[in-house]
Write a new protein. Structure first.
Length: 301
């Protein structure tokens, strides 16, 4: 196959974006399993959605308004790789109006000041996000990370990406054949296989999920075994990249919001009403609250 290993794609940035902040987040986000990159660059490896060919990419920000993409993989997948990393970094969304959310909500304004240019960094696909939701359900994060790493090491594919060897998450075809994984609770195995089959059939396509009304997409996702409201929201927001969904099922986020707004007794619906002022970036603001909440938790340890 013909492999490209040179800058071959450009992404126009609309609104504020800091690639270095995205790289720092991804390095510290255990489920992503990505090593540190060179300063100012982001290296990723994943399977091209739909085709499921393993590829890699190196992203560099040459100016505030432009990110270059160096593709490592078959030449015929160049356009798809650029489009996928564009979504992963939330660069497929025009963020020029994002500061207006801070103008409407001083708490969000403070948050934006603490994390300038940080946009949601996503899983490579809704398929990967849904698998993570199943792996991490009702077990410790450290256990889930170990399981994901084990899956990736055993069934993923190595890709050379700009001088580094990275490994992709297993393709749907590989995961659909999974019969045993040390440490994996028995109930999770058929759920992972069902998600792999759904992805292979195109039922977890990011563009299709984004094109639906959010509630309709969430209902579709909850038809999958093991995917409840929380997991469906994670898949739609952090997999498909929907920019404007308030996570009703994410209790940890709700705790962070109660603290930020000094509303110790607020329920999910009251918090959702506050979040209406964040539209059309409710997912983005929720992401920043989560990042800041986790940073403060680490500092308090």
């Amino acid at each position: 196959m013909t492999t490209i290993s040179r800058p071959c794609g450009e992404i126009a940035v609309r609104g504020e974006f800091d690639l270095a902040a995205a790289a720092r987040f991804l390095t510290g986000f255990a489920p992503a399993g990505q090593p540190e990159s060179e300063p100012g660059a982001l290296r990723v490896a994943f399977a091209v959605e739909g085709e499921w060919t393993p590829v890699g990419a190196v992203l560099r920000q040459r100016s505030p308004g432009e990110v270059t993409v160096e593709v490592h993989g078959p030449a015929e997948h160049t356009e798809a790789v650029v489009a996928q990393v564009r979504r992963v970094c939330s660069l497929d969304i025009d963020g020029t109006a994002f500061p207006e959310v801070g103008a409407r909500d001083p708490v969000v304004s403070l948050l934006q000041g603490l994390h300038p240019g940080l946009r949601p960094v996503l899983f490579a696909s809704p398929y990967e996000a849904a698998c993570w939701a199943v792996l991490s359900h009702r077990i410790w994060m450290t256990q889930a990370v170990r399981l994901r790493r084990r899956l990736t090491e055993r069934y993923g594919t190595e890709v050379e990406v700009g001088g580094s060897t990275l490994r992709t998450f297993p393709t749907p075809a590989a995961l659909a054949k999974l019969e045993y994984l040390p440490g994996l609770p028995g109930s999770k195995l058929p759920r992972l296989r069902a998600i792999a089959e759904a992805a292979a059939e195109g039922r977890l396509d990011a563009a299709a999920l984004r094109a639906m009304p959010a509630e309709e997409a969430l209902k579709e996702l909850q038809l999958l075994p093991g995917i409840g409201r929380f997991s469906a929201e994670l898949t739609l927001i952090r997999g498909a990249g929907h920019p404007d969904v308030f996570p009703h099922g994410e209790t940890r986020l709700h705790e962070i919001l109660r603290d930020a707004y000094h509303l110790p007794d607020a329920g999910a619906e009251e918090l959702a009403e506050i979040a209406q002022a964040w539209a059309p970036f409710r997912s983005w603001v929720s992401f920043l609250f989560r990042v800041e909440g986790e940073a403060r938790m680490r500092e308090s340890r």
